[in-house]
Every structure is written in C-alpha cells, then in structure tokens.
Design a protein around this ligand. Sequence first.
Ligand code: XCC
Ligand code: SF4
Length: 611
Amino acid sequence: MDKPGTTGRVIPALDRAREIKPCPLGAGESCCRVCAMGPCRVTESGKGARVGVCGATPDTIAARNLCRMIAAGTAAHSDHAREVVQTFCAVARGTAPGFELCDREKLSRLAAQLGCGKAEDPAVLAREVGKLFLGEFGRQEGELALAALAPPRRLERWRRLGLVPRGIDREVVESLHRTHMGVDQEALHLLHQGTRTALADGWGGSVIATAVRDVLFGTPRPVRSRVDLGVLKPDCVNIVVHGHEPLLPEVLVRLAADGEMTARARAVGAAGVNIAGMCCTANEILMRHDVPVASHFLQQELAIITGAVELMLVDVQCVMQGLAAVAACYHTRLVTTSEKARIKGARHVEFSPATALDTARELLYAAIDNFPNRRRVDIPPQAVELVTGFGQESIRHALGGRFRGSYRMLNENIINGWIRGVAGVVGCTNPRAASGASHGVLVRELVANDVLVLVTGCAALACARDGLLVPEAADSAGPGLREVCEALGIPPVLHCGSCVDNSRILMMAAEMVRAGGLGEDLSDLPVAGCAPEWMSEKALAVGQYFIGSGISVGLGVYFPGADSKEFAAQVFEGLTQDYGAAWFFEPDPQALARKILAHIEEKRRALGIEG
Ligand code: XCC
Ligand code: SF4
C-alpha cells in the first residue's frame, strides 16, 4: 500500500505498535510535564532524581497524572452526555425533526425517580428531565442529584469522605486545577479528587447518556446480530459508522432502509445499502437495531482495507488519525461529523439536531455515488453470531423468573452457588496486549468457574468475535452457570452496550443490593470489574468510579505510575480502607481471571455463602 508524502507505506495500528516502543518514562515511572521547569522524570530507586525541580515526589506525580487522566476520561463521557441531552431537549422543544421520544415509559419512570413532576405530555416531561440533567453539569454546590441512585450505605460513605460530586463540569475543572503546578501535593488527597471526578462520570454523565439515549432511541432488548469484517457486503454500498455518538447514525440507519435509497443504490449497480458499526457507535445501534458490527477499535483501519467501504463516518473518541492516510489509498470517503472533531484529509459534514435528516440523506447519496469508484474488494469472510441488548431492564426480565420485576432470582442463584459472582469485563482492545485475544482467555476462565460476565465497549466486541455472546457458549460454562443459562436461554456473557453503558452495570449492581441477601453496600457484592486491554483515559475513569462505588477493578497492559511504591500502596491497597475496593494490576489474562475469582470467593466468604 503506497502512500504519497509519507515514508512510503501506510501501516495500520498493529504494525505501528510494533515499530514504536512504548515510552518507559510514561509507563511505570513518574514523569511530570505540568510545568516548564520540567519535564521531570523521577524515580524512587536506582539512578536519577528522587524529586522534581519543584520538589514533587514520585507518588504525588503519579497521583497527579492519574487524576488528570480520570478527568479527561470523565470529560469525554460527560461531554458526549451533554451532546445527547442537548438533542433530547431539542426533541422536547420540537426542533429536531429527525428524532422522537421513543421509550416514553422509561421517560415517566425517570421523571418519577428524579422527582421531575408527573406531566401527562411526554414533551413537557422531557423538558423537565432535560433541564434537570443539564443542571447536573453546571451545578456548583450541593450534591449531584443522580448520586441518590446509589445504595444508601454507599451514599453515606461518600458523604463521610466528601466524595459526593457537586457538578460534573466542576469536578473536571477542579481536577485540572488541583493538578496544576504547585496546588494539591498529597497523593491520597489527589486520588480522592480523582474518585469524586470519576463518580461524576459513573453516576452522572454516563447515567445521563444512557438514560437519554434509551428514551430517544429505545431501551435495548435481547436481539441477535453478527460481528466481524465479514458483515461488510461485497455487492452493497457499505457505510461504517464509527465513534460514540449515535445521534446521526440513528437517523442514517432509518433512512438507509428507505426504498428510495435501495432504488438509488440499484441504479449504480449495488444491491442496496449496508450499514455496519465500529467501536461504541457500533454497540449503540447494535443494541437497539441489531445493525451488524464491523468490529472493535483495532479493526477500524482494516475495514477500509477491505476496499468495500464507500463511506466511513466518524464523530468523537477512539477514531485513529491513521484512518485518513488509509482512506486515501482507497476510494473510501472519510467524513467527520462532530463540531468538536476534524481530521486533516477528511471531509467535514456537521451534525446538528435540527438538520439531521438532511445531513443523513446527503451522506447516503454521497456513499451511493461513490460505489462505482471501487477498485479491488477483499472482505475476510468471518462473521460471528452474537446476542446483545442487556441492561438493567432486560436483565431483570431475563433473570426475573417467577420473581419478575426484581433481581431476587439472580441473588438467589448467587447465594445458592450456581453462580459464584458477576464480573464486568470492559474497555478497549490494545495492540500492546494480545489485541483482543486476552478477552477470550480471561472470559472463558471466568465462565468456566461459574461467573456471570457482563461486557461493554470493545471488550464486548472482542468477546463476540470469540463466539462468547451466544446462548450456545453456555457449553463452556461451569455446571451451575450452564444450568442457569440453559434454563433462561441466555448467553453466559451478556452484552450491556457501549462504554457509557458501564452505568448500566452500576445500576444492576445497585439493583442487586436492593434485592437483598448480598449485603447492604456495593462493596459487599461478589462482583469485580476489569479492563484487560484498556488504552483510553475513559477506561481509567470507569475503573475509578467502580472502585469509588465499592467494586474492585483489575487493569491489564500497564498501570501508570506503578513504579512509585507509595502510590502503588495507595491504589492497590490503601483505597480499600475508604472505598471497600481497590485497583489490582495483572497483564496476564489467565492470572487476571484467577485474581477475579479469588476476589469473588473472598466476598462470598465475607457474606457467609462460600458453599
Ligand atoms: Fe474506545 Fe468506546 Fe475503548 Fe473501544 S472500548 S476503544 S474507549 S470505543 Ni470504550
Ligand atoms: Fe517538574 Fe514539578 Fe514542574 Fe512537574 S511540576 S514538571 S515535577 S518542576
């Protein structure tokens, strides 16, 4: 693949990762670049400085770096949430013609839960809910209203520790302030602020994003679909939607099914229009419309390399700049759609709620018109079945059994030992890890030991490619879990959506506490989280809000700043005292699984249900 103006070849991410070695300064050691007396590289042992020019110690620098990464991750999730709420408000005002309030029942439930009134008119109710949600971003004092969704014990603990987030934006700004040169210089104090910020993501921005999209586009129910590059169709106009905001893709999916588009596609010699998802946009439209998935983060460039993609639409987050160079070697049109994000070499067609229908139509036309420009097409034939669509509502239904309407039956199955516990496996795929392969190894081990696994993000897509998201995968489960899955007809690994949908996992854990029998706080539950192939700062925000909520989290790849012993002692142990949970680090997927299993058994023992 030759590319003019570069070193000669365009190499996708996997090859680039081989060429570029990770910087050792950034990973384990404490590298600080927050002021121009540095950058300072400090170590606790061996050669080199013990403190930075300003006197900052390695643990302070490591905590400061982590806090900044959490703030960035929180900002990403929450700014996405803001975008969705703004569209939601526009729909409520009647100024977004391409959208409607799809799940009105969830809207009423939300309004009741949040004390937003009982208006009969859904538009009025939506305006109230939208106003409350928008208020959560700019709140200056008091408590995030959504923090009240946490179990009372957890909320009490947060209050005692001063961890209840005020406003979402406020926590992000304060984290950036505190990590500026010469402000907060005590590792634990910084970590607490990291937690408060992350909680504003987990119980704030992410809850808002999930709830609002469910109301707008429908609350997911179990559906079947397919994943991998084989979902691209050689005889169709292929459009890949990539990124995180499902707003424009929702309209696009609807419009593509229109007879007019099929007729237009036929006129250029194609059989029709085929839409496939990538990364978390994929998870969104997969969950709600069973739109097939071209796959996870690491496959974005490979989709274009099939030569079969007429148009790739990208919005925000996890979009590799390398796409532009790869697209330039093919006929693929790369289009950026968010006001926030542009890529040199890509065309920009901006999404706005008011004109979404026209924009979607224009993009569909552009894709169809591009079909005759195809050159060689080479689509790998693989595509694997999966079942998706699990959230707190559908899991309550699927696992409800005769106790329909509660999590009682899940808890009963955990108490009687058929299911040992629950693990959330989340996050990205990373060429520094086994590029998606660790998920299969890890999850198979968990499932074989009767742990029910909930997956989101690219971890979910990696598991799907591994064939783990179908009911038949129960064959590889331990005898207890297999029995439960077979009785209910569900897979042992439940796809719960995109990365902001990690909020669904939190809500499910809160429901488990509410259903009784497994303690009174989230930290009592035999539950753990992990992100074996994380790469994005968002994954750290997610991990920190799980931990702040009482659920321990294992990280793969590397743990930033872990060479500082004092910092490591805090994040891997010290936090337990305050939160009842901490991080653990384990890059080997098999060993990570064993650590999660040990953690679950320890929680069971503490609950007195080890049998
Ligand atoms: Fe991005 Fe959400 Fe990671 Fe995938 S999992 S690489 S963050 S798309 Ni969120
Ligand atoms: Fe170095 Fe301190 Fe400046 Fe960081 S803040 S770059 S440790 S002098």
